[in-house]
Write a protein that binds this ligand. Structure first.
Ligand code: ADP
Length: 191
């Protein structure tokens, strides 16, 4: 059976968001992106959005407390009961532990962690291109480099965390969207 409780890991610009959307569509399960939820909160000027705005624009991480709360609430919704694609969460070891707690309470756990591997200069170039097209507030060169640093310091340790638990599957993030999508589906199907 194909896994349905999936998290995606990878540097900013590794293609997580694109692949998460394609996979969610294919498997008929929700795409849960903390980045998208936080951007929506910023636009709606909710208390969370007001607190997160400057942090996000600087390329830093929003507090574990806020992110764990919004991800936890979303995972408790009914549609996530049959599975989910987590995109951008967890991003710290504390978030990974909190996620384990949330899932244990509903009697489940992650099926797998798909890690997209890409060359860091290539992702910087991809993000600069996206900045021109989408004009995201955090897609300028200085912020992009900060997000890469934050990824290396805070998020990359999750690779070993999931490897130890036997959940890590690496997917080469190079190539076209279609090629990476095929590799992703192949990785989920197992060897
Ligand atoms: P990217 O993967 O391109 O950096 P995201 O859309 O996943 O973009 O996230 C954008 C920003 O939202 C992050 O730089 C961070 O400030 C904030 N954010 C998203 N998810 C988390 C998280 N799990 N923990 C802390 N901050 C987060």
């Amino acid at each position: 059976m194909t896994h349905t409780r999936i998290m995606l890991l990878g540097a900013p610009g590794a293609g997580k968001g694109t692949q998460a959307a394609l996979l969610a569509d294919k498997l008929g399960i929700p795409h849960i992106s903390t980045g998208d939820m936080l951007r929506a909160a910023v636009v709606a000027e909710t208390p969370v959005g007001l607190e997160a705005k400057a942090v996000m624009e600087a390329g830093k991480l929003v507090s574990d407390e806020i992110v764990i709360a919004i991800a936890g609430e979303r995972l408790a919704e009914e549609d996530a009961g049959k599975g989910f694609i987590l995109d951008g969460f967890p991003r710290t070891l504390a978030q990974a532990e909190a996620l384990e707690g949330v899932l244990a309470r509903i009697g489940s756990g992650l099926d797998c962690c798909l890690a997209f591997t890409v060359d860091s200069e290539e992702v910087v170039q991809r993000l600069l291109k996206r900045a021109e097209i989408e004009g995201r507030a955090d897609d300028n060169e200085e912020t992009i480099r900060e997000r890469m640093r934050v990824y290396d310091d805070m998020t990359a340790p999750l690779l070993a965390h999931y490897e130890k638990r036997g959940l890590l599957v690496e997917v080469p993030g190079r190539g076209t969207i279609e090629e990476v999508s095929e590799a992703t589906i192949g990785a989920l199907a197992g060897p």
